[in-house]
Write a protein that binds this ligand. Structure first.
Ligand SMILES: CC(=O)SCCNC(=O)CCNC(=O)[C@H](O)C(C)(C)COP(=O)(O)OP(=O)(O)OC[C@H]1O[C@@H](n2cnc3c(N)ncnc32)[C@H](O)[C@@H]1OP(=O)(O)O
Ligand SMILES: O=C([O-])CC(=O)C(=O)O
Length: 383
């Protein structure tokens, strides 16, 4: 490389990859804006449908626009027999994130989601994915338990309908509101690993379902979206507030990462945590179960004292979903159901001003060497 010193940016830390008008993370103010609007205000004042519209279409909808958007979303909730058959044939004990990834990939071979992309058509396709993903997640969650899928209803808002498809009933408005707000908080977050993945795939002019399939794969990892499930496994393993401090100290002594803590961009606190905690606490009060909060408080206090590393969104979100009755294996698929709005907005933005993503690597392997023919390499029989 012209003899110049190369500085490798592991994990692309601090690298500005492109411009974006979708969201702004202002870490020093613990602030997150979606297209200029503070996410805490969006979570409190808007439905997830309004927020998804904002991310995909660029501004908050008026009533007419929202009505038309919700009509389209409700119309596209049912999934086809092929997708259901695919879920039915998934191996027993499979992970819901694997089922979701496979089903979205399958959708890319079918009907209106098939084919090439342009920045405008992509938003219509995004609406189809937004509508279909909850149906896939709910159907798979029931099939995994040996239960029949419950078809979506077209007379219910997004969050109510998801509860209906998972449980056959809708919980109290308090729980539905908290769930809806959590979707808003999860919907978008700049150039995080999964959104970056979606943009990289889109940059080769691949199709939307390929980009979203890859993004789901990226989200699944415990350093990213998979952390909300890992948080719950940790809280269950700790079991009681009395055991929490020693558990954390032992994990830190083993140099293990504590799930739901730390962030590449926020160093002094995740903008979304205060809002998510507020909803978590309301849900705990509504269901009368404060066990996970009591353990969480000790974990957080011990982390603050020993490392100064603050919690991220996954820390309060995981136990909130558990209190709502969801299996922990569903937490990351729920994250994906929300983040698909952000992923698709990123794919559209990438395509609107595309250049293929192609960074460099600093080669550290063997220097140039001559190829020795196989007959001269060792003495064993030739295959
Ligand atoms: C919605 C989301 O996706 S938010 C992220 C969810 N992920 C998690 O909660 C998983 C746990 N957290 C982590 O693994 C990390 O903090 C990440 C992946 C989020 C960020 O990673 P990075 O920016 O690369 O930070 P990095 O891992 O270098 O951490 C810096 C230092 O803090 C420590 N640290 C960071 N997070 C944690 C943690 N959760 N527990 C213990 N120590 C931690 C690291 O060990 C490292 O210490 P060192 O300098 O002594 O080696
Ligand atoms: O921004 C990140 O790196 C991870 C995160 O919080 C998110 O994707 O919501």
């Amino acid at each position: 490389m012209d003899g110049q010193a190369i500085r490798v940016k592991k994990g692309l830390e601090g690298v500005v990859f492109d411009e974006t008008a979708i969201s702004e993370v202002i870490a020093e103010r613990q602030m997150l804006l979606y297209r200029g609007y503070p996410v805490a205000e969006l979570a409190d004042r808007c439905s997830f449908e309004e927020v998804a519209y904002l991310l995909l279409h660029g501004d908050l909808p008026d009533r007419e626009q929202l009505g038309a958007f919700c009509d389209r979303e409700r119309r596209h909730r049912p999934i086809d027999e092929g997708t259901i058959a695919l879920l039915r044939s998934s191996p027993p004990g499979h992970l819901p994130m694997d089922a979701l990834r496979t089903a979205v990939s399958y959708l890319g071979m079918t009907g209106p989601l098939r084919g090439e992309e342009d920045a405008v058509g992509i938003v219509r396709k995004a609406e189809l994915l937004l509508a279909a993903m909850p149906t896939i997640v709910a159907a798979d969650s029931r099939l995994r338990k040996g239960e029949e899928p419950i078809p979506p209803r077209d007379d219910l808002p997004f969050s109510e309908n998801f509860f209906h498809m998972c449980f056959g009933k809708i919980p109290s408005p308090e729980l539905v509101r908290a769930f809806d707000a959590s979707l808003t908080l999860y919907a978008e977050h700049g150039f995080n690993a999964s959104s970056f993945t979606a943009r990289v795939v889109a940059s080769s002019l691949s199709d939307l379902c390929s980009a979203v399939t890859a993004a789901i794969g990226s989200l699944k990892g415990p350093l990213h979206g998979g952390a909300n499930e890992a948080v719950m496994r940790m809280l269950v393993e700790i079991g009681s507030p009395e055991r929490a401090r020693d558990w954390v100290l032992a994990a830190l002594a083993d140099r293990r990462k504590i799930m739901g803590f730390g962030h590449r961009v926020y160093r002094s606190g995740d903008s979304r945590v205060p809002t998510m905690k507020r909803y978590r606490d309301r849900v705990a009060a509504a269901v009368g179960d404060h066990r996970w909060i009591a353990i969480s408080d000790v974990v957080e206090e011990t982390m603050r004292e020993r490392t100064g590393i603050p919690a991220n969104l996954d820390f309060p979100a995981g136990p909130t979903y558990a209190l709502m009755g969801f299996d922990s294996a569903l937490f990351t698929p729920i994250f994906a159901m929300a983040r698909v709005a952000g992923w698709c907005a990123h794919v559209a933005e990438q395509l609107a001003s595309n250049r293929i993503v192609r960074p460099l690597g600093a080669y550290v392997g063997p220097p140039e060497r001559e190829v020795v023919p196989l007959e001269e390499r060792g003495t064993g029989p030739l295959p």
